[in-house]
Design a binder for this molecule. Structure first.
Ligand SMILES: Nc1ncnc2c1ncn2[C@@H]1O[C@H](COP(=O)(O)OP(=O)(O)OP(=O)(O)O)[C@@H](O)[C@H]1O
Ligand SMILES: [Mg+2]
Length: 186
């Protein structure tokens, strides 16, 4: 994060294409920081869940209420003094703008990796069916976060623990890590 993002974050949004490791990294990061972990998919309205179950793609119109629900949750957690790590693909800038909604205490964490590496991980992932072509379309849709979004960008070509430490190191010194170590100390 640059100096402009001066506020200590209360919410981290872990973003990236399907299979980039959002759920894995966000859960591990939350545990490391002693923050709450949330999967963004939990905030879909019933109509979206029904569509997805029927194998129908979501439109952006479908997505706005879902993204707004996550933004509302961020407000709720931050206003009550809590801290949350949210896994959410947030592939487009417009989606992230809804999630962050101008807050300087919400930080984007971008999981960056090649299509080859991610395809390999998805092929090995158990209990998930991936329609062919989905990863292609995810990469086509992906708008990597721009510099003015002050993202923390990490390479996913590393063990989970290394990625988590990379994120913690990049977060503003004296913020998440110090507070987390204070909370975690016996
Ligand atoms: N750093 C890593 N090294 C090795 N395997 C990993 C790593 N991170 C994640 N994985 C594995 O890659 C697969 C995809 O990870 P995960 O399910 O967390 O991705 P995701 O971004 O949440 O995907 P989706 O968008 O479909 O929910 C899983 O099988 C996970 O165990
Ligand atoms: Mg996931």
């Amino acid at each position: 994060m640059s100096d402009e993002a001066s506020k200590i974050p209360c919410a981290l949004i872990v973003m990236g294409v399907s299979g980039s490791g959002k759920s894995t990294i966000a859960a591990s990061l939350a545990e490391r920081l002693n923050w709450v972990y949330e999967d963004g998919d939990r905030f879909h309205p019933a109509s979206n869940v029904a569509k997805m179950r029927a194998g129908q793609p979501l439109t952006d119109q479908d997505r706005w209420p879902w993204l707004q629900a996550i933004a509302d949750e961020i407000d709720r957690v931050c206003e009550s003094g809590g801290h949350v790590v949210i896994a959410c693909s947030a592939l487009k800038r417009a989606y992230r703008d809804v999630l962050v909604h101008g807050r300087d205490d919400v930080c984007i964490v971008y999981l960056k990796g090649t299509q080859l590496l991610i395809a390999d991980r998805l092929a090995r992932r158990k209990g998930h069916f991936m329609p062919p072509g989905l990863l292609d379309s995810q990469f086509k849709t992906l708008e990597p976060p721009a510099a003015d979004e002050n993202p923390v960008t990490v390479s996913i070509d590393a063990p989970v623990e290394t990625i988590v430490e990379d994120i913690v190191r990049q977060l503003k010194p004296g913020s998440a890590d110090d507070r987390a170590s204070g909370r975690n100390s016996p």
